[in-house]
Design a protein around this ligand. Structure first.
Ligand SMILES: C[S@@+](CC[C@H](N)C(=O)[O-])C[C@H]1O[C@@H](n2cnc3c(N)ncnc32)[C@H](O)[C@@H]1O
Length: 211
């Protein structure tokens, strides 16, 4: 999507909270070129509005980075709701904590550092929304590990499932990430326990509803 359309969409979305503008700037300063991993305002506004529609009591995020999408998703939580954020890399811990504090979400977001594949098995509870946004080579594993933790009628959202358009190339690249995303998309399509749709938003967001 070109930036003129992005700007137009953003002009018609709810205001981006100041804390997210601050967090994006700090992430660029501290994480350099890695900052492109952050969801950003267009996907971020969508995640916030989607979460408000669902009004989840519990959200699980797999891949938190500096906390941008966690803050967006948390905007829809019920008053007594909470979000479990799983992240392998603790190098941005002070930034994440400051962002959650500034967003007034410190008491609602539980940060768990470690490998999501292990952490998921320790999570208790039934989630209304799971957001998958960690290692692209592990999407099938996350999906299978998390599936039973999702409430019937709940959602799994998976980011980057169009993988820069590589999934639709005539001869898709053989690299591990492209192959795993292709496998993941096929697996979801063939899974009779869910229905889903790939929203061509930014790099593709699979919205998967557990039946
Ligand atoms: C694309 S970034 C997440 C961006 C974040 N959701 C946002 O919108 O700001 C992916 C993150 O997943 C983390 N990650 C990768 N593999 C992981 C794993 N096995 N367990 C936990 N986190 C992982 C990376 O350290 C990175 O911070």
């Amino acid at each position: 999507m070109d930036s003129a359309l992005d700007n137009y969409i953003l002009e018609h979305a709810g205001n981006t909270p100041e804390v997210l503008k601050w967090l994006e700037g700090e992430t660029v300063k501290r994480a350099g070129h890695h900052s492109k991993m952050l969801a950003g305002p267009v996907l971020g506004r969508f995640l916030a509005e989607f979460s408000k529609l669902v009004a989840p009591k519990k959200i699980l995020e797999i891949g938190t980075f500096t906390g941008y999408s966690a803050i967006c998703l948390a905007q829809g939580l019920t008053n007594d709701g909470s979000l479990d954020a799983l992240e392998r890399d603790d190098r941005h811990i002070s930034l994440i904590k400051e962002a959650f504090e500034r967003a007034g979400l410190s008491s609602k977001i539980n940060l768990h550092f470690g490998d999501a594949k292990e952490l998921i098995t320790k999570m208790k509870g039934v989630y209304d929304i799971v957001f998958i946004d960690a290692n692209k080579r592990e999407y099938c594993t996350y999906y299978n590990l998390v599936f039973d933790l999702v409430k019937p009628g709940g959602y799994i959202l998976a980011d980057n499932v169009l993988w820069y358009g590589k999934v639709a190339e005539e001869t898709p690249s053989n690299d591990a990430q492209t192959q795993e995303i292709l496998k993941f998309n096929r697996m979801v399509k063939d899974d009779r326990r869910v229905s889903g749709f790939i929203l061509p938003l930014r790099d593709g967001l699979y919205i998967i509803k557990k039946l």
